[in-house]
Design a protein around this ligand. Structure first.
Ligand SMILES: Cc1cc2nc3c(=O)[nH]c(=O)nc-3n(C[C@H](O)[C@H](O)[C@H](O)COP(=O)(O)O)c2cc1C
Length: 197
């Protein structure tokens, strides 16, 4: 039984990636749960002056707690300018500190996404994998992304599209395997991250 937190990279109401998150939740194996962290838009830009133990901004503290308490992280996002949307990289920055004991250390992680463009998020996934590996998250071997997503969906919700559901099942099985193999607590003394405190 695993419980996952989802970072959603698109903030717009009609987001196809929000629909993909809904499909991810809908098709989880029985007993597993997942929820979108809905306060990403409230998390301020990372600022070391704000990151004072016990006085972190509320949304940043909730973000860290949500990731800490989850068995895995699922990033579901579009690509912006061949990189990842700022809400996602900002969340990773907050979760990467304190250096050496950030909540992403050892966290099983999966990246998925829809884009209407033809290149299927190659820029965003490269950036996210680099960042997640830097903070010593445990990434699923494959990123699961779709280009030309509006053509694929053709007005349907992704939870009803067989091709999407098949990939969701595969991605969920890979994430569950990593989560099952991960001890409850990761030793922060193992290090991780870049930069001086
Ligand atoms: C600032 C901005 C930059 C974008 N850059 C890219 C891009 O580099 N590659 C791409 O395929 N789509 C790009 N798009 C299109 C987005 O993928 C699309 O608008 C949308 O966000 C798809 O996700 P959503 O339906 O979940 O919002 C960009 C959109 C915006 C607003």
């Amino acid at each position: 039984m695993s419980n996952y937190v989802i970072f959603l990279g698109s903030l717009r109401k009609e987001s196809t990636n929000r629909q993909l998150a809904e499909a991810f939740i809908h098709h989880l194996p029985e007993g597993d749960t997942a929820a979108v962290f809905e306060r990403l838009r409230d998390v301020p830009f990372y600022d070391q002056d704000l990151d004072v133990p016990g006085q972190e901004p509320d949304a940043a503290r909730e973000l860290r707690e949500a990731v800490r308490d989850a068995d895995g992280l699922v990033i579901i996002t579009p690509e912006y300018n061949h990189t990842a949307p700022a809400v996602i990289t900002n969340a990773i920055d907050w979760c990467s500190r304190p250096m050496g004991s950030g909540v992403l250390m050892g966290k099983p992680s999966l990246v998925m996404g829809f884009t209407p463009g033809p290149r299927a998020l190659v820029g965003a996934t490269a950036v996210l994998r680099e960042a997640l590996e830097t903070v010593q998250a445990k990434c699923v071997a494959t990123d699961y992304t779709w280009g030309d997503a509006y053509t694929l969906l053709d007005g349907r919700h992704p939870k009803d599209v067989d091709e999407v559901v098949g990939i969701l099942n595969k991605a969920q099985a890979e994430l569950a395997k990593l989560a099952d193999a991960t001890p409850d607590r990761v030793d922060p003394r193992a290090g991780g991250g870049i930069g001086a405190e």
